[in-house]
Design a protein around this ligand. Sequence first.
Ligand code: XMP
Length: 308
Amino acid sequence: MFAPESFVSKEIEKIKKEVLGKAVIAVSGGIDSTVAAKVASGALGSEVLAIYVDTGLMRLDEEIDVQKTLADLGINHKIVKEEELFLDRLKGVTDPETKRKIIGKTFIDVFEREAKDFGAKYLVQGTIAPDWIESGGGLRDTIKSHHNVGGLPDIVNLKIVEPLRDLYKDEVRKIADYYGIPKMRQPFPGPGLAVRIIGEVTRDRVALLKKATSILEKNVSKFEEVPWQYFVVLLADRSTGVHGDRRVYGSTVAIRCVNSLDGMTANFTPIPLEMLAKISREITNGIPEISRVVYDITDKPPATIEWE
Ligand code: XMP
């Protein structure tokens, strides 16, 4: 049986011996980086800084939730607001891989600057066992090659500390419970909403998607069975709609809800039509720029979970 308390106290002693200087950790709001930050903080106190890079591409008020969690846990942290920089570098870019690369690179630029300012010599990472054990299927590899935080060690010139390296997700969850870390959100891609915006990522389009996402999340979180992942994609194509007696040329969004164990394969969630209809009406009533809502009924494979 895995005992979180003894794991944590041993790990804290180990870090105290190993880490002889300041450390930084990039936190994403996910469970692994939050738990790793808490363990490191137990060992190093204010000598470790948890950095959350606010790309402006996360969900509505996400940075506020992250800030609150870190503050409640007593972790020394900094929220670095860089929405302008990310949007600026993404201007005119529509190719999905290019978007991912720009976001990854910008993230690293910001993080490196912050690590240097803090005088860090060490980098704490929330790596867990499945992140480095060969999975054969390549999901981890695929995710990691895209993932902002996972890409850090090659670039940032700091000594790596990985307190959760030998743990599996269920063990990390046990530590999270032990610390009273609130239940984490559903899986969320590192590049954030940018890969759910087909075409150019602009401030207005991000704002539109944030609103639609928040309407979907509010509804779905009340379902008896909440899907593994549920989100909205803003499509590049526009379509005709009617507002009163006017024809408008509005945006189309797709709702995607899937059930999955690990993201390798997935089935679309058969949400009852009346629930979908309610969500669709809330989206089009609440967001006049959106004039059409469609539901994605494709499994993975053949589709991926994300659209980009
Ligand atoms: P796909 O779209 O490849 O996604 O079927 C499988 C799972 O991985 C998530 N995903 C990502 N996670 N960085 C991440 O951290 C990424 O770039 C990324 N792309 C996809 C996706 O949300 C799903 O849960």
